[in-house]
Structure formats: structure tokens, C-alpha cells
Design a protein around this ligand. Structure first.
Ligand code: ATP
Length: 240
């Protein structure tokens, strides 16, 4: 069985090619399999967000190909890409990005409405997801009535609602205190272990790196290390 989720070949993204070119991503190869729990690390400006935006289909590379579950997303037209993202990729952002006028439940359900999932199936999935994030009692709260950590857990549920091939998280714990960060990581790790959900997250956060199974290091737009995660006691071995 082919377990490849992401296969990116020779991808580059150059900003300002006409003036002062910035090689944000410089000829990168990346292969990710189903069930990975992978951290993308590197100094500020090393290209982490750019790489996540490329593999999430939010931006296009200037060269190279990105194959997701057998589809070359670099060859899709804009409207095809929107549809592809909707069905295949879940996103979690640093600043949660929940829709403020919707309840937590509606935020999670919204993506299934776009996918035209039938009501019975939506109800079942929403309840299952809120159980998994431990917030069944807060489903009808609006984002403003939730803590940052609770909002980020709802964002994880929303990312999973569409049953994506993988979830991309850009600095998911950056705005969380330690307790909320650990709680979020526990939930993500549990989803990874029990449901084989594939996660790739960019981070500067040692607490997150510590929980990853694989750590990919970017420096100046290039992958300089790609290793199994190192436990905290040896964390000086990780290049960040
Ligand atoms: N829209 C843009 N126009 C021009 N340059 C950009 C643009 N977006 C990013 N860059 C440059 O591309 C490089 C990579 O940026 P990117 O945001 O991907 O890094 P990062 O590793 O995510 O950084 P951080 O950890 O600070 O979030 C940087 O040099 C940045 O200044």
C-alpha cells in the first residue's frame, strides 16, 4: 500500500525575483507518510511558513512539484486548488482564526456544510470531535467565551472535520501558556496515535519539538537536518 501523503520535489519559492531576490525555499525535497507527527524547525526567516503555505496549497512554488495523495497540486487551477484544500488539508493557525460570530460547534460544522455532508453525519462527527478535544460542554460557546487553549482545541477539531489527508499547523502553541500548550499537544498526539492523523507543524517551541516523532530543520530555505526527535534531556542536539 502506498502511504505517501506529501511528495515535494525540487521546490523553490523566490520573493522579489526582479529586485533583491529572497530564496525563501531553495530546492527542497520533502516526503511525508501517513501517520507522521513532524515538527518543522529553524531560525526566524528560515522559510517554515513559506514551506507550509506551499504544501498546504496556499501559495505556489516558482519551480518544482508538490504531489499530495497522488495529485500534483502545482498544476491545479485556482478554483480546483480551493476544492482540493477543502477536502484534503486541515489548517491550524497560530492565532486560532475561529469565526467570532459562530459558536464553537458551528465553526467545526462549517467546513462539513461546504463539503455538503448530510446532517446526520455532521452531527455524529461534531459530537465525536468535541469529545476528542474534551469540550463537549462548550460546544455552544462563541470563541470569545473560550480560553486561548480551548479556542485552539476547537481549531484542531475544525481542521479534522473534513477528514483531511493531513493537518498543517503553523506555530500552534505560540499564543498558549504551558498548561494549554501541553493539553493541546496531548490531544494532537492522541489523535495521531489512535486515528493515525498526520500532523506537520512549524514551531520554535521546545515543548512541541519534544513531542514530535520527526524533526525537519530548515536554514536559509534549505533542509539541513531531518531526524527522529531527540528527547528533552538531549535537546542541545536539536538545531533550532
Ligand atoms: N511576502 C513576502 N515578500 C517578500 N519576502 C518574504 C515574504 N514572505 C516571507 N518573505 C521572506 O522569506 C523568508 C522566509 O520567511 P518565512 O516567513 O517563511 O520564515 P519563517 O521560518 O516562517 O519565519 P518565522 O519563524 O519568523 O515565522 C524570510 O527572509 C522572509 O523575510
Amino acid at each position: 500500500m502506498n502511504n505517501t501523503v506529501i511528495d515535494a520535489h525540487n521546490i523553490s519559492r523566490v520573493y522579489n525575483p526582479e529586485t533583491i531576490p529572497v530564496y525563501a525555499i531553495n530546492n527542497v525535497h520533502l516526503h511525508l507518510e501517513k501517520g507522521e507527527f513532524t515538527a518543522l524547525v529553524g531560525p526566524s526567516g528560515s522559510g517554515k511558513t513559506t514551506l507550509l503555505n506551499l504544501i498546504g496549497g496556499l501559495d505556489k512554488p516558482d519551480s518544482g512539484h508538490i504531489i499530495i495523495g497522488g495529485t500534483d497540486i502545482t498544476s491545479l487551477r485556482a478554483n480546483e486548488l480551493i476544492n482540493f484544500r477543502l477536502h484534503n488539508i486541515g489548517f491550524v493557525f497560530q492565532s486560532f482564526n475561529l469565526i467570532p460570530v459562530l459558536t464553537a460547534r458551528e465553526n467545526v460544522e462549517f467546513i462539513m456544510l461546504l463539503q455538503k455532508v448530510k446532517r446526520k453525519e455532521r452531527d455524529k462527527r461534531v459530537i465525536q470531535l468535541f469529545k476528542q478535544i474534551g469540550l463537549e460542554d462548550k460546544m455552544n460557546n462563541r470563541p470569545v467565551q473560550l480560553s486561548g487553549g480551548q479556542q485552539q482545541r476547537v481549531a484542531v477539531a475544525r481542521a479534522l472535520a473534513s477528514k483531511p489527508q493531513f493537518v498543517l499547523a503553523d506555530e500552534p502553541t505560540a499564543n498558549l501558556d504551558s498548561a494549554a500548550a501541553f493539553n493541546l499537544l496531548d490531544i494532537m498526539a492522541k489523535l495521531n496515535k489512535e486515528e493515525n492523523t498526520t500532523f506537520i507543524f512549524s514551531t520554535h517551541d521546545q515543548r512541541v519539538i519534544e513531542r514530535a516523532k520527526r524533526v525537519i530543520t530548515l536554514v536559509d530555505g534549505k533542509i539541513t537536518a531531518d531526524t527522529a526527535a531527540v528527547p528533552l534531556t538531549n535537546h542541545k542536539l536539536i538545531v533550532t
